[in-house]
Design a protein around this ligand. Structure first.
Ligand SMILES: Cc1cc2nc3c(=O)[nH]c(=O)nc-3n(C[C@H](O)[C@H](O)[C@H](O)COP(=O)(O)O)c2cc1C
Length: 156
């Protein structure tokens, strides 16, 4: 089996729980994508047009800063990349992450949690940030059950 990295961003813990279960199931390494400035509850208020997340997601060129972490990308064949869906796509902090490392030639499979929305244009919006990687839509894991995760990991 190829060596995998599970990298994830989670603002309120749901994706984190799923990512931990995936890493355990896939016997993969786990890496949290951490914003330099953590998101507060007020930052995440999508009803407020002026909240940090609303302002950031209104400008798709904006790149929220992340805590710098070294990744030996050469040691992984596949990256499972997870995040919550924000405004029908991946949060732009995922673009920051992809642009911070060299994922050339790597296979990147996406997973996400959401309130119900799918991936929408996520692949299209992430691809320019890792032009030489093969990014594919994986699965929405909203149930987050062990069985759902086991089935998905097996299918990879
Ligand atoms: C700013 C913001 C925007 C969101 N936009 C959507 C959306 O477009 N569609 C959806 O189904 N859920 C949306 N959600 C809900 C999250 O995707 C969902 O609660 C997710 O599981 C949170 O994951 P986390 O706890 O790992 O951050 C949004 C949440 C936030 C904070």
């Amino acid at each position: 089996m190829s060596k995998k990295l599970v990298a994830f961003f989670s603002a309120s813990g749901t994706t984190k729980k799923v990512a931990e279960m995936i890493a355990e199931e896939a016997k993969a390494d786990l890496l949290e994508i951490e914003p330099k400035v953590p998101y507060t509850k007020a930052d995440l208020n999508w009803m407020d047009k002026k909240s940090r997340s609303s302002v950031e997601m209104n400008d798709k060129k904006y790149r929220p800063e992340i805590v710098k972490k070294e990744i030996d990308t050469d040691s992984y064949d596949e990256i499972l990349l997870g995040f919550p869906i924000w405004w029908y796509v991946a949060p732009t902090i995922i673009n920051t992450f992809l642009e911070a490392h060299d994922f050339s030639g790597k296979k990147i499979v996406l997973f996400a949690t959401s309130g119900g929305s799918g991936f929408g244009n996520t692949v299209k919006e992430l691809q320019p940030s890792a032009p030489d990687a093969v990014i594919t839509e994986g699965r929405l894991l909203n149930r987050g059950t062990k069985q759902e995760i086991r089935e998905w990991v097996k299918s990879l």
